[in-house]
Design a protein around this ligand. Structure first.
Ligand code: SF4
Ligand SMILES: [Zn+2]
Ligand SMILES: [Zn+2]
Length: 320
């Protein structure tokens, strides 16, 4: 197996490109594909300060590493979710990576800073864990970007993630979601720009990238992901990809090229539940469509019944 670029020994085959690559040229491919995505969708400009949403997994550490290699000024932001050992370990991986590269990692913790964790909070608020988690992450990442004066929030969503979400949205013809399933959401109404520079890379690519770059990422999946429909969509797409290399890429990128505009929103602003008209949340000041934003509302419900130390019950209180 020879590298398609230099004819040296290859370390990986990339079937959708019908090519094999040595270490040097595979790493270059990952960087080039990311740079191409950033340029194609006008995600970032030179001099932008970006905040990378870091989970300690392969995708977020890979995108942080690649952006740094591409010369971007990128800090990381980690939100502790309180999901037992999974969260403790994920923070260790994020910290070790940041320290090894001399990068700034900002951290926040749902339980310490907002009085609830994902397992207990989601139960109290009668939401699925992933719904409570996703809402919390979006709100806290946005707030951290506003507070720190960052130009954009970067997430490590890859091609497998986006194709699986697209499949779910198409299966149920969720046109509202389809309208917002873009690799960039511009800054609007007080929400920071959100970008997904890894949408040309697969999970296998980011895992290989981390391995070859010596990045020690958290391999374990979040225990709350069990039963998540997107896992079965990913498995179905992998089967299709096995028989038709490149199908996943075509599914997602042809959607972007040929169909996404047909679902163009009239006034969609964000992936959150807050839609226009926008006014500041009366509790935290974040832009929202109701008096209190979805995160503060979740926090209120989640902390109403969460027991605190000494057996007392937490009073209804929302932190800013
Ligand atoms: S699987 Fe669900 S609960 Fe776990 S990190 Fe992802 S969104 Fe959060
Ligand atoms: Zn090579
Ligand atoms: Zn709020």
């Amino acid at each position: 197996m020879k590298c398609q670029v230099c004819r040296g020994p290859a370390v990986i085959d990339v079937r959708r490109h019908n090519a094999n690559f040595c270490q040097e040229h595979f790493l270059r491919l990952c960087r080039d594909q990311t740079a191409k995505t950033i340029k194609q969708f006008s995600m970032l400009s030179d001099g932008d300060r970006v905040l990378v949403a870091v989970s300690g997994g392969k995708d977020s550490l890979a995108v942080w590493d690649i952006l740094t290699e591409l010369g971007y000024d990128a800090d990381g932001f980690y939100l502790g979710l309180g999901i037992g050992e999974y969260s403790d370990t994920s923070l260790d991986h994020a910290r070790r990576f940041a320290e090894s590269r001399g990068l700034a990692l900002h951290t926040e913790d749902l339980l310490r800073d907002h009085g609830f964790d994902v397992p207990n909070g989601s139960r109290a608020a009668k939401r699925t864990p992933c719904s409570a988690c996703g809402l919390s992450k979006r709100h806290r990442f946005d707030e951290a970007a506003r507070r720190g004066g960052f130009d954009a929030v970067v997430t490590g969503h890859n091609l497998d993630d986006e194709a699986a979400v697209l499949m779910g949205n198409v299966l149920h013809w969720q046109t509202d979601y389809l309208s917002r399933q873009l690799p960039i959401l511009p800054e609007r109404h007080g929400f920071p720009r959100k970008v997904k520079p890894l949408v040309r890379l697969t999970e296998r690519d980011t895992a290989a990238y981390c391995l070859l770059r010596g990045i020690d990422y958290l391999v374990d999946e979040c225990p709350m992901a069990v039963g998540n429909k997107h896992l079965s969509y990913k498995a179905a797409l992998n089967d299709i990809e096995y028989d038709s290399p490149g199908a996943k890429h075509a599914f997602y990128f042809r959607f972007l090229d040929q169909a996404a505009h047909r679902f163009a929103p009239s006034d969609a602003i964000d992936e959150s539940e807050d839609v226009a008209p926008v006014s500041p949340c009366s509790n935290c000041g974040a832009p929202c469509s109701n008096e209190v934003c979805a995160f503060c509302s979740l926090t209120m419900r989640a902390t109403e019944a969460v027991p605190i130390e000494m057996g007392a019950t937490r009073r209804r209180k929302v932190s800013r």
